[in-house]
Design a protein around this ligand. Structure first.
Ligand SMILES: Nc1nc2c(ncn2[C@@H]2O[C@H](COP(=O)(O)OP(=O)(O)OP(=O)(O)O)[C@@H](O)[C@H]2O)c(=O)[nH]1
Length: 653
C-alpha cells in the first residue's frame, strides 16, 4: 500500500482536493517540522515494502538499523497470539509477523515514540495512541471478517485515521490544549474556527502525506461523521468508512472516560447489515481485537487498563451513529419540514422524511407555505418546480432568513439547478432522492438552523447584556451626579448645569442669575437636635426649594447646608422677586423633624451674568461674595453682587 513516491511528491497531490485540502496543504508545508512524521527507518521500510523485488533479507537489514524496532518485531513474532515455537532471527520474525505488519509497526513505532515533541498539556499522548491502536486492531478484525479491504491496509488506516488530532496538538500546542479542555461536542467546530481546518481534514492530508492511498485516506476522513461523506451506498469507500466508523465507536466506548459516547444496539445492527456482517460475530471480533490490542500495547508500552469486554459495554444509552458530535435530539428540536408541492410529490417524499424522524406538513400552494413560515411552524421547505414563487416570497423578507429551502426537480437539470440557487434555494434534490442521501442532505440544514438559532440566542443575550450595561451605566452616571441625602443634583452636576446655562445665556444673549442659598446657623440645629434631625431638615429644605422653582431652573446641593439655584433668562428684577419669594417660603416653613417643629432661615447671595465675566465660575465667585455679605449683614436676607457692588435686598420686616 505504500507508494514509492517521496513525501514531497506525494504532498503535491493533496493540492487539488478543494479548499480544505489546500488549507491542509498549507499546514503541511508551513509546519512540516512540527508535524509528526515517520522516522527515516520507517520510511525506508515502507519504500522497500512497495518494491516487489525487495527481499525479506533487505527488510531485515533495515529493521536491524533500529534496535528497538527489532526487539518489538521479535516480541510480536513470539507473542502468545501466534501460538507457535519461538523465533530468534529477524528475517524469520518478519516472515511470521508479515512484511506489511512490519511496515506498520515501523510507522506506528516511530510516531508513537515521538512523544517528546508535543507540548500540548491537555493532549494525553498515552491515551491517544491507546485508542488509535485499539481502533487499528478493531478495524483489522472487522476487515478480516468482512473482506471490505485487506486487513493490514485497514490496520494502518485505523491507526492513522485520527492522526490529525496529533497533528493539531503538535502544531498548535497551546491553542489546541485550550480547545481540548473545553466540552467535547464542539471539538470540530472549534478546530475549524481556530485553525481553519479540523482534525479529520488534517488526518486525510497527513495520511496521504504518509503514502496511505487516497482510497483509504478519504473514507478515514469521514469515520466520525459518515453522513457527511456523500459516498454512494454499497460503494467501497462507503464500506471502508462504515467499518472505520464502527471501529472508532467500539474503541471509544471500550475506553470511554467521559461516558458520552455510546453505540446503540440498533446502530450496530444497521452497520452490520451495511457491512454484510453477522451481528453475532461482533463480540468475537471485539474480544479478539482486545487480545491483539493488549499484545500491541505491550510492545509500545501503552496502558490497556481501561478497556472493557464487549459484554460489559453499554450500548443502549444513545444513538451516536448520526454524528458523535451532535446530539440527535437537537436536530428534532430545530427542524420542522414542510413540502410545498402537489400530492404526488408529497407522497414520494413525506414517507422518507418520516422514516428519518421528520414528519412533514403539506402545502399545495405557496401562500399556505408562507403562512407556515410566518407562524414558525416550518423552517425546512421542500419546494417543487411549480412553486418557485414561494422561494421568491420567502427570500423577500429578512425574518425568514432562518429557513432552509430544498428545491425539488423531477430529474437532474443543471440549468434549473442554477436558477434555483439564484432564486435563493439552499440545496437542490430530485424527487426520487434516496433516504440515505436525504439524510445526508438534511445535515447541512440542521447545522445551518442550529447556527442560526445559536446566533439568535447570542444576539438576544448580547442585547440583554448591552441593555443591562447601559442601564447600569446610566444608573452609575446618575449616582455620580446625585446628592444621596436630598436626591438633588450634587456639586458636580451643578457645575455642569452652570456651564450649560452660561453657554446658553451667551448664545441667546439672555440673563442668567445664580443664587447660593445657605441655611443660617445650621450648626445649631445639629447641636440641639442631633445630626439625624439635621439631615431631615436638609431633606425638607431640598423639597421646599425643588417645589418652588421654575421648570427651567436648576437647584442643587453643593455643600453641607449650601444650595445653588441657576435661573436662566430672568431679568434681574424678576430674579430678585423670585429669590425673595423663596426666602420667604423658607422663613415661613415649619419643618417637622425628629418630632420637633423646626424653623429655619436662609441667606442668599445672588449674581447675574455680566459681560466682564469670562465663565460660569466668575458668576459663582460673585454670588459667593454676595452670600458672605448677606451673612455678615445679619443673615436671612438676599445680597446682590452687581459689578462688584453688593446690595442688600431683604426688606426688614
Ligand atoms: N446633619 C448634617 N449636618 C451637616 C451636613 N453637612 C454639613 N453639616 C453641618 O453643617 C454645619 C455647618 O456649620 P457652619 O459652617 O458653622 O455654618 P452654620 O452653622 O450654618 O452657620 P452660618 O452658615 O454662619 O449661618 C456643620 O455643623 C456641619 O457639620 C450633613 O450632611 N448633615
Amino acid at each position: 500500500m505504500i507508494s514509492k513516491k517521496s513525501i514531497k511528491n506525494v504532498t503535491s497531490q493533496t493540492q487539488s482536493s478543494g479548499p480544505e485540502a489546500s488549507c491542509a496543504q498549507m499546514l503541511l508545508e508551513s509546519s512540516a517540522e512540527l508535524l509528526p512524521t515517520p522516522d527515516g527507518v520507517a520510511l525506508a521500510i515502507m519504500e522497500a515494502w512497495e518494491n516487489e523485488n525487495t527481499t525479506v533479507q533487505q527488510i531485515a537489514r533495515l529493521v536491524q538499523m533500529d534496535p528497538s524496532l527489532t526487539g518489538r518485531i521479535l516480541k510480536l513474532a513470539n507473542s502468545a497470539a501466534t501460538g507457535r515455537r519461538p523465533v530468534a532471527s529477524v528475517p524469520e520474525a518478519i516472515v511470521r509477523v508479515g512484511i506489511q505488519t512490519v511496515g506498520q509497526l515501523a510507522v506506528a513505532f516511530s510516531l508513537i515514540g515521538n512523544e517528546s515533541v508535543i507540548n500540548c498539556p491537555a493532549f494525553n499522548h498515552q491515551k491517544y495512541w491507546t485508542r488509535c491502536l485499539l481502533m487499528a486492531v478493531l478495524s483489522r478484525g472487522l476487515a478480516k471478517a468482512t473482506q471490505v479491504a485487506p486487513p493490514d491496509d485497514i490496520f494502518a488506516c485505523g491507526l492513522l485515521a485520527r492522526i490529525g488530532v496529533l497533528g493539531l496538538a503538535s502544531v498548535y500546542p497551546e491553542a489546541y490544549s485550550n480547545i481540548l479542555s473545553t466540552p467535547r461536542p464542539d471539538l470540530i467546530v472549534q478546530e475549524k474556527e481556530t485553525f481553519g481546518i479540523d482534525h479529520n481534514e488534517l488526518s486525510e492530508a497527513m495520511m496521504v502525506d504518509f503514502c496511505v492511498p487516497r482510497a483509504l485516506a478519504e473514507p478515514a476522513r469521514y469515520h466520525e461523521n459518515p453522513t457527511q461523506s456523500g459516498f454512494e451506498q454499497e460503494s467501497r469507500p462507503h464500506k471502508i468508512m462504515t467499518l472505520l466508523h464502527l471501529a472508532y465507536h467500539l474503541s471509544e466506548v471500550a475506553i470511554r472516560d467521559d461516558g458520552n459516547l455510546t453505540v446503540k444496539a440498533s446502530t450496530i445492527k444497521v452497520i452490520c447489515a451495511q457491512l454484510k456482517l453477522q451481528e453475532g460475530r461482533i463480540d468475537i471480533i471485539f474480544n479478539q481485537a482486545l487480545d491483539d490490542w493488549r499484545e500491541w500495547s505491550e510492545i509500545f508500552n501503552l496502558s490497556t487498563d481501561e478497556a472493557q469486554n464487549y459484554t460489559d459495554l453499554d450500548f443502549d444509552v444513545a444513538d451516536s451513529f448520526l454524528s458523535p458530535n451532535e446530539p440527535v435530539t437537537s436536530s428534532v428540536e430545530t427542524l420542522s419540514a414542510a413540502i410545498v408541492a402537489d400530492a404526488e410529490i408529497f407522497d414520494l417524499l413525506s414517507g422518507k422524511l418520516t422514516q428519518l424522524g421528520f414528519p412533514a406538513l403539506h402545502c399545495e400552494k405557496a401562500t399556505a407555505a408562507m403562512q407556515l413560515a410566518m407562524n414558525r411552524q416550518a423552517n425546512v421547505f421542500f419546494v417543487s418546480q411549480k412553486n418557485t414563487q414561494f422561494i421568491d416570497m420567502l427570500r423577500g423578507a429578512k425574518e425568514f432568513d432562518a429557513s432552509y429551502v430544498f428545491f425539488m426537480l423531477a430529474k437532474t437539470d443543471a440549468e434549473l439547478e442554477a436558477k434555483a440557487y439564484l432564486a435563493g434555494a439552499d440545496d437542490v434534490i430530485t424527487n426520487d432522492i434516496r433516504v440515505t442521501h436525504l439524510k445526508a442532505r438534511l445535515k447541512p440544514a440542521m447545522r445551518m438552523l442550529k447556527r442560526y438559532e445559536r446566533w439568535r440566542n447570542d444576539r438576544t443575550e448580547l442585547r440583554r447584556i448591552a441593555k443591562e450595561l447601559s442601564l447600569s451605566h446610566r444608573q452609575q452616571q446618575l449616582l455620580a451626579l446625585t446628592d444621596q441625602l436630598t436626591e438633588l443634583p450634587n456639586r458636580r452636576a451643578a457645575m455642569e448645569a452652570l456651564d450649560q446655562a452660561w453657554s446658553g445665556s451667551i448664545r441667546s444673549q439672555t440673563p442668567c442669575s445664580l443664587l447660593i442659598l445657605d441655611i443660617d446657623h445650621f450648626k445649631n440645629i445639629n447641636d440641639n437636635y442631633g445630626h439625624d434631625v439635621g439631615d431631615e431638615v436638609l431633606r425638607a429644605v431640598a423639597i421646599i426649594l425643588k417645589t418652588n422653582i421654575r421648570r427651567e431652573d436648576t437647584i442643587a446641593r453643593i455643600g453641607g447646608e449650601e444650595f445653588l439655584l441657576i435661573s436662566p433668562h430672568l431679568p434681574t428684577r424678576d430674579a430678585l422677586v423670585a429669590a425673595e419669594r423663596l426666602r420667604k417660603q423658607l422663613e415661613n416653613a415649619k419643618i417637622d423633624a425628629g418630632g420637633e417643629t423646626i424653623c429655619i432661615t436662609m441667606s442668599i447671595g445672588m449674581a447675574m451674568r455680566e459681560d466682564t465675566m469670562r465663565h460660569g465660575e466668575d458668576l459663582m465667585i460673585s454670588a459667593d461674595k454676595a452670600l458672605y455679605a448677606a451673612k455678615n449683614a445679619g443673615r436671612n436676607r438676599i445680597a446682590l453682587n452687581s459689578a462688584g457692588q453688593i446690595r442688600m435686598l431683604k426688606n426688614d420686616k
